[in-house]
Design a protein around this ligand. Sequence first.
Ligand code: NAP
Length: 308
Amino acid sequence: MAEYKSDLLIIGSGPAGYTAGIYAARAGINALIVAGAQKGGQLIRSSIVENFPGFSEALSGYDLMEKIHQQAINLGVKIIDDEITEVDFYDHPFVCSSASGNSFMSKAIIIATGASVKWLGLPSEQKYIGHGVSSCATCDGFLYRGKEVAVIGGGNSALEQALYLTNYVEKVYLIHRRHSFNAEHVVQKRIFENRKITIFWNNVVDEIIGTENPLEVTGIRIRNVKSDKKKYLDVSGVFVAIGHHPNTEMFRRYLHLDSGGYIVVKPQGNATDIPGVYAAGDVCNPYRQAVIAAGCGARAALQAISEL
Ligand code: NAP
């Protein structure tokens, strides 16, 4: 068990957290990043990033986060591989404790805990997570080489996962509950042009079916929400990409959250209701854009530094 003291504690290591750390280090502030359970944040699961400025060629989310991590290290950012599990914002300096039993005392805090994957909520989905059900095509796509898979969702994440999977699989069934996608035009165009992808509009997944021993997905039953017609699809993998929810449970008793669970920050900045506590990135906005998160991280750090 260790006791850490800092002027600025940054909770989370996605683009927002790292950028906040970079700005704090360059300002000579005694700052610490506690990386969290998924170092690098959600972006490490992104197959392709082509809209982060500064890279003329597309790169994977993992590679982008590796570069940002290295940049932070080179600038002297201190990063602890641990996860904050409890915060106390009633007293000042604030005290947080971690999964490893460490305690962190700090004058200011930037919350950059990001967001987590939403699941469909089917018992069969829970049963087969890690055995054919996944939320990450980049991580698991190669397991389905030559097979048929389904992707659920109609946003950017689902469409990008479907496209990525066509590098490995024979066929992708894209299941969406409505008759239009809410993804960028350029991504939709690639989907419509890809002959390995078959779209099932107005359909939801009723059940994921598989074997017991070994636990393996063998298919899904989908239902047309307009006609109620059911259909069985033979698939070995199911990729759920229906959005995310912000990781804010730990802060609920201290901070104002909106109806989506996002931390409410004051206009023109990243300050929360509690002086000295700031929020940045996906935890306080639903855009899920690395560049926006990075910008928020920079702004939160500048604000924290000026108010220390
Ligand atoms: P999203 O845009 O919220 O899309 C979620 C999709 O899942 C929607 O099509 C939604 O259907 C569907 N859905 C939600 N709950 C469902 C349920 N229970 N059952 C079946 N379908 C369900 O989420 P996202 O795709 O993760 O994207 C989130 C944000 O990140 C967006 O702003 C997106 O542009 C951004 N993003 C950007 C990039 C990029 O720039 N490269 C990559 C990924 C994500 P409805 O449409 O019917 O609600």
